[in-house]
Design a protein around this ligand. Sequence first.
Ligand SMILES: [Zn+2]
Length: 299
Amino acid sequence: MLNDSHCHFFSNQFFTTLSRQRGRGETVEQLCRELQWDEPGPPDALAERWIAEMDAQGVGRAALIASVPGDEASVGTAVARHPDRFVGFFMLDPSADDAVERAHNAMETMGLQVLCLFPAMNQVPLHDSRVQQVVEVAAARAGTAVFMHCGVLSVGVRRKLGLPSRFDLRLGDPLGVARLAMAYPNLPFIVPHFGAGLFREALMAADTAPNIHLDTSSSNSWIKYTPGLTLDAVFKTAVSVAGPRRLLFGTDSSFYPRGWQRGVYESQKAALGTVGLSAADEALIVGGNFDRLFPPRAA
Ligand SMILES: [Zn+2]
């Protein structure tokens, strides 16, 4: 079974937030026309579009990330409609006054399972007590995880809209994730994109803390920072350090009409094929590990 551990739910609220940040008073329709993307419509309609796309592409289950703080309810709607197909992830700004309450509400009331932190974006260091406070909300509940974006961070839609992205890249350090993961050994941590440029550090962190997982998502263009590095070598090294049980396949799909990024899947599948894993181990990476971390819920 093919499961995608990294998809963005670009909801109406997501575009409304970007429009507010841009400050030109544009409607979601205007913003989407400029981007040449489809308007998402209400969250239940967008959820159905995702289901139709996953059915067409042979994707069993997917993580849906609420991709701006404050958009938990949109993904909550999608998860409530299809608890057997979607796992709810949500971006949270730990510097917000109500961060702990928001995290609690998202997990307790809305059924979301994965807290997503972007330390470089929110400018909160991983050793800050505000991070610990929200991580504790996840740690106190079964079936949850923490997603921690590390390494290079560029948000394509922000760039396209000319929104400033003054991120402090020093703060997204996998070694800081290792420290937290050791403090909460029963809580799974997910570092996306193999550490997004901090591959060595992500491997060191995974080698140190057995609850750290790496997601394989996106085109992984960060490999350009290391001379001669190939996606084949990335998969081979990640498997040799973290083993096949801690890699989670993902695409980083987000907007329509592009939809689910089959090309990303195919290039990763080809790279994975060069590692020489058994079919059972490959199946873990493309779906089994996701099901183990987030067992399907009854529809
Ligand atoms: Zn992403």
